[in-house]
Ligand binder design. Structure first.
Ligand code: SAH
Length: 370
């Protein structure tokens, strides 16, 4: 059993059955989630209990590899969760905040033509605990950020591998787990779900987690183009996506974001800008333009700087609030839509750093010396 899948009451039941007093579960839970350490570092617990926890309730997270970029302010990890699922998570330190980009699935079934994960197909769903485990990794990794940024993890975005609203139950469960004040304590207000436009999921997000933010990956503002770039549009066309986002905004009173990867010669013309401006104005949405990140297997190329400026100009002239996303982590393949598990093709990455937390004595020795 992976301890990271257990809620505090569930952990209490297990430890209770071992004859441990109730406060032990709170201690262990706080160690795992709030302090984000392994059993080996929970020196407030008796040694015998730590050994039993490691044997019977391992925290199943292995950091298979880590890579740094942007002077250490961006850090990508290849994580094996629950002993089987391998995904990537990216930590990004900014001057005013620290954000982790988490995966919700292994691979993705949405098949967006320009997205690396979309080419893998769906290999599996992560559990709520496995999604939250990425945030736990980030909390620890944030302590090693350079002094250009805070060292406290503040925000979570579901913009890694997978479609969060195609794994809705576990995505919603993860938002709850991430917000648990006895654990990570990052409230839904600081969590953003990014979706391809899964209409029923958007509506349910408004009901289940009205505090959470919403970003919709539009990428095209007419159905013909969007059918091609974002295949789920054939099931949930633009009109329905827009209605669902309007519903979400009315329910939550929050401003939605529209994401738009700028693809040269595809969706970067003034006509698309004009159509997009219409959608953004009706939804009172913020538009986030993503410089297209070329990936193997797709002809999609980034738009030119001139076209980017022209597109932004059309949106601004219509009074739309627009930003161009920075290109964090490009040189370590950690940019938007680039996360892709190549571990099965390449074998284990060489730079594998650490650690299995199964055995606290092994896992923590390096950390304790450091
Ligand atoms: N399934 C979710 C999360 C995907 S990743 C969604 O669709 O929103 C987050 C964003 O990166 C999405 O907007 C996605 O369309 C975008 N993206 C994917 N591949 C990209 C690429 N190669 N270049 C730029 N953005 C990309």
């Amino acid at each position: 059993m992976n301890v990271l899948d257990l809620s505090l009451p569930e952990l209490g039941e297990v430890l209770g059955s071992w004859g441990e007093p109730a406060y032990r579960a709170r201690q262990v839970y706080a160690g795992l989630w709030r302090r984000a350490v392994g059993y080996g570092e929970m020196t407030d617990l008796p040694g015998g209990l730590r050994a039993r926890l490691a044997d019977e309730l391992p925290a199943e997270v292995e950091v298979l590899a880590e890579r740094l970029a942007d002077g250490g302010a961006t850090r990508k990890a290849l994580l094996r969760l629950g002993g089987r699922h391998v995904v990537e998570a990216v930590l990004m330190g900014y001057p005013d905040r620290v954000t982790v980009c988490v995966s919700s699935q292994v691979g993705c079934a949405m098949a967006c033509s320009f997205c690396a994960t979309g080419q893998m197909g769906l290999q599996g769903n992560l559990t709520a605990g496995e999604i939250a485990a990425q945030v736990r990794w980030a909390r620890g990794a944030a302590r090693e950020l350079p002094d250009t940024t805070p060292r406290r993890l503040s925000n979570v975005v579901f913009m890694g591998m997978g479609e969060p609203l195609a794994n809705e139950r576990h995505t919603f469960g993860a938002i709850g787990r991430i917000g648990d004040p006895a654990g990570l304590g990052i409230g839904a207000r600081h969590v953003t779900v990014s979706t391809v436009g899964v209409v029923p999921g958007i509506r349910r997000l408004a009901a289940e987690h009205p505090q959470a933010g919403l970003a919709v990956s539009l990428h095209a503002a007419d159905d013909e183009l969007r059918d091609r770039l974002v295949p789920p549009n054939r099931l949930w066309p633009l009109r329905q996506v827009e209605a669902a986002v309007a519903f979400w905004r009315d329910r939550t009173r929050r401003r939605p974001s529209i994401e738009w990867a700028m693809i040269r010669g595809e969706n970067d013309d003034d006509r698309q800008a004009d159509l997009l401006a219409g959608v953004a104005r009706r939804l009172r949405a913020h538009v986030n333009l993503i410089p297209m990140n070329p990936i193997p297997g797709s002809p999609a190329q980034p738009t030119t700087p001139e076209r980017m400026a022209g597109f932004v100009g059309v949106l601004r002239s219509r009074g739309v609030n627009v930003t161009v996303r920075d290109t964090r982590g490009r040189d370590i393949d950690a940019a938007c839509g680039q996360l892709k598990w190549e571990h099965d093709r390449r074998g284990f990455p060489q730079e594998s750093r650490s650690t299995e937390e199964r055995n606290p004595h092994q896992a923590s020795s390096a950390d304790e010396v450091a």
